[in-house]
Design a protein. Structure first.
Length: 257
């Protein structure tokens, strides 16, 4: 087991990629704090229609310990409570995965300023706040890790101005946090997923999905598990000398553009 007895928080882990990461961490022996605005998973229009059980149930089926802490990560007080609760319950914190994110479609004329603020608050500001509060605890760990879930949209336009800005900023925030944390052996890395089959894709038309399919060289879309295994690698001892970088996990999407 690669993460035996490590204590991890995965934000936005009731559904989708966060759930995939939480389950793979549990498979590797970690204790996982599942945190989200809701405990039940989202069922998507195209993907994850059959995902029903709360993530903690899946973690327990694997023989690991899970704890659900309801948190809206755009609320600083709730984030503080999440981190204190984790340390109190499990006795420390080794891994923070900043995964929770939202996407609101629309170009500069369609996206309201309120929607811009919502996306930036969840996809960028909350990541800073969670890292800020978690870092003093992570520095005490021998295996401290921060893993941020950015996107291939960090490297190009097309997903709307707020999402594109937030994800590019997360990639650069990752480098900055890595520099300040290196002396404490705390590594900070990002994962940039391509199209992963989750409910976040519900805003797309079947034609748009097919277009992305054509642009993805490997013969299938990504699954939450693909990002889960990448996160296990970055959290494991095998990645102890990797920091400040972004791992693109996209079935070759960026290689083709
Ligand atoms: N699916 C993809 O193709 C893809 C690609 C690149 C990046 N991403 C990124 O991966 C991350 C996860 O996306 P997903 O596809 O799993 O989406 P998803 O919608 O399936 O899951 C997101 C989860 O985050 C939770 N969440 C939303 N707002 C929250 C908040 N304020 N506080 C706490 N939890 C909140 C939701 O309830 C949900 O359970 C996001 O950051 C997303 O931008 C996804």
């Amino acid at each position: 087991m690669l993460l035996k007895n490590r204590i991890a928080i995965v934000t936005g882990s009731s559904s989708g990629i966060g759930r995939g990461i939480a389950i793979e961490f549990a498979r590797e022996g970690a204790h996982v704090v599942v945190t989200d605005i809701q405990e039940n998973p989202n069922q998507g229009k195209y993907h994850e229609q059959d995902t029903i059980t709360p993530t903690v149930n899946e973690i327990e089926k694997l023989g690991a310990q899970g704890l659900f802490v309801k948190t809206d990560i755009s609320d600083d007080t709730q984030v503080d409570h999440l981190i204190q609760k984790t340390v109190e319950h499990f006795g420390g914190l080794d891994i923070l995965v900043n995964n929770a994110g939202i996407h609101i479609p629309g170009n500069s004329q369609e996206l309201s300023i309120d929607d811009w603020d919502k996306v930036i608050n969840v996809d960028l500001r909350a990541i800073f706040v969670a890292a800020k509060i978690a870092i003093p605890h992570l520095k005490k760990s021998t295996f401290g890790r921060i893993i941020q879930i950015a996107s291939v949209n960090a490297y190009g336009g097309g997903a709307g101005p707020a999402y594109a800005s937030a994800k590019a900023a997360v990639v650069n925030m990752t480098r900055d946090l890595a520099l300040e944390s290196a002396q404490d052996n705390l590594t900070v890395n990002a994962i940039c997923p391509g199209y992963i089959e989750t409910a976040i894709q519900d805003y797309l038309t079947p034609e748009q999905i097919e277009e992305t399919r054509q642009k993805t060289p490997l013969p299938r879309f990504g699954l939450p598990r693909d990002i889960g295994r990448s996160a296990v690698f970055l959290a494991s001892d095998d990645a102890e000398w990797i920091t400040g970088t972004s791992l693109v996990v996209d079935g070759g999407y960026l290689a083709s553009v």
